[in-house]
Design a protein around this ligand. Structure first.
Ligand code: FAD
Length: 460
């Protein structure tokens, strides 16, 4: 094992979007860095493939336009002209209820109804839930409540059916998580604030809508014409002159004087500025001997495992057309599928006219065993669900599986307190920063922000 000379370069462990963003914002200031990742391709869970003439995202497919960090980076990289929005004019989403597709009522903001008529006439919810939703308007403000699970919170406001058929499926699509474990303070902070200020979430949401600046016609989600992989490619190219990409796995970290030592299989690297941009559980391993308390805190941030399956059909063999973004399957409806996107409806430039591309989601909290299934068993299960739910009987021309073990951080009840403890403890280590989806947001813009902050000397 060789111990390298003192290095002026920052070291970044992890080459997903968080680590790449850190390398980019260092490179922008002409600062050198070394980026370490064992994967053959950078980008972490962002992986874009071309399959049977379709553009298929194996991991994330878009980012929320409301958070500015992704757009800012994309513009700087010169990719602004490639940005496309989701086709929001056909943004209906279906929920599976008793094997039938039921549209989410218009005007629903997460699980909060903002329009009376579509909610009253929707077959998705029973009359008792609808009445409860109306009475929710009478709630009085309640400040100073402790953190609770999203499940308890939504149940308290709108009743259990609103958890089963709204909060659970909607959150599964984002976090792959269990609503009775996810923290309302960390996952739905705006709703917790509304409860404190207005009592009623409906009242709070309506007030927010009334005070919101007039929409400039932007779309809810954005992506890149050639897939999010093109963001990874542009970043990889942009950092090239300043960043050495090292293929390998960091095994542990330690400290000597004002330097951090990063041990890899066959060498030890030294730096004064260390960014750890791995999932929290992988960061925990690095800290095990160095600071067991930080290792324990990091290790207690749970991660769920999920999987996407791209199923591509030849349209000539199908009679169906689906006028929706896709559907969500509540856990109580018990299917292998958790959700499914009709990619041609959600985004242009993905699917040629003669193809149907379905992007299916499986796994998530409590369903993780499915990640170990053989591809033949998966195929049987997915096709059987698609036949039962959509009537698709044809044999697909492609079936592409992307498995993402322990990839999605779960902000459980108490996450904020844990983060404060972690931040406090990290103050002992100058110029050591954590970035990634385990701390202050799991979306791509959040991860970019965490990498940018770590590069600039701010802890998440
Ligand atoms: C299936 C799926 C769909 C998603 N959809 C969306 C979406 O549509 N929109 C959105 O905004 N977000 C989405 N997300 C969330 C978002 O994509 C992720 O939170 C984000 O990309 C994580 O980036 P990251 O760099 O923090 O972590 P990762 O992408 O997990 O990258 C971490 C990197 O660290 C490396 N690493 C791990 N251990 C070590 C080690 N010891 N040494 C060196 N390297 C190491 C890994 O190889 C990996 O490359 C989705 C996530 C998944 C899994």
């Amino acid at each position: 094992m060789t111990s390298g000379p003192k290095s002026e370069a920052s070291i970044i462990i992890g080459g997903g979007i968080s680590g790449l963003a850190a390398a980019y914002y260092l490179a922008k200031r002409n600062l050198p860095s070394i980026l370490i990742d064992p994967a053959s391709k950078l980008g972490g869970v962002i992986q874009t493939n071309r399959v049977a003439d379709c553009l298929l995202e194996g991991g994330p497919d878009s980012f929320l336009s409301a958070k500015p960090e992704a757009m800012a980076l994309i513009e700087e990289l010169g990719l602004g002209g490639d940005v496309i929005g989701s086709n929001d004019h056909q943004r209906s989403t279906w929920i599976v209820k008793k094997n039938r597709m039921v549209p989410l009522p218009d005007g629903l903001m997460m699980m909060v109804p903002t329009r009376i008529w579509p909610t009253v006439t929707s077959p998705l919810l029973s009359w008792s839930t609808k009445i409860r939703m109306g009475l929710e308007l009478l709630r009085r403000p309640k400040a100073g409540l402790p953190d609770r699970s999203v499940g308890e919170f939504v149940e308290d406001h709108y009743g259990p059916e609103a958890v089963e058929y709204l909060a659970e499926p909607l959150l599964s699509g984002v976090f792959g998580g269990d609503p009775y474990q996810l923290s309302v303070e960390s996952v739905l902070p705006r709703f917790a604030e509304m409860e404190a200020k207005y009592g009623s979430l409906t009242k709070g949401t309506l007030a927010g809508l009334a005070n919101a600046p007039k929409s400039k016609g932007g779309t809810l989600f954005r992506t890149l014409k050639n897939g999010l992989g093109s963001l990874v490619d542009a970043l990889t190219k942009a950092i090239e002159p300043h960043c050495q990409v090292l293929s390998g796995q960091a095994l542990s970290i330690s400290r000597e004087g004002d330097e951090y030592l990063v041990r890899l299989n066959d060498q030890i690297l030294r730096t004064r500025h260390l960014v750890i941009a791995t999932p929290a559980w992988a960061a925990a391993k690095l800290f095990e001997d160095f600071d067991p308390k930080i290792a324990k805190l990091l290790g207690s941030i749970d991660y769920s495992s999920s999987m996407t399956v791209g199923v591509i059909y030849d349209r000539a063999q199908l009679s169906q057309r689906f006028n929706s973004f896709g559907f969500l399957v509540p856990k109580t409806e018990r299917r292998h599928l958790v959700a499914c996107t009709f990619v041609d409806q959600k985004f242009d430039h993905r699917v040629p006219e003669n193809r149907l591309l379905l992007r299916c989601f499986l796994g998530g909290a409590g369903n993780e065993a499915i990640l170990d299934w053989a591809e033949s068993d998966l195929k049987r299960a997915v096709l059987s669900d698609l036949e039962a739910l959509l009537g698709l009987k044809a044999e697909p021309i492609a079936f592409q599986v992307s498995r993402w073990p322990k990839s999605m951080a779960q902000y459980h009840v108490g996450h904020k307190k844990l983060i404060l403890e972690l931040q406090e403890r990290l103050k002992n280590y100058p110029l050591l920063f954590l970035a990634g989806n385990g701390y202050a947001g799991i979306g791509i813009p959040d991860c970019i922000r965490s990498g940018r902050d770590a590069a600039s000397g701010f802890q998440f």
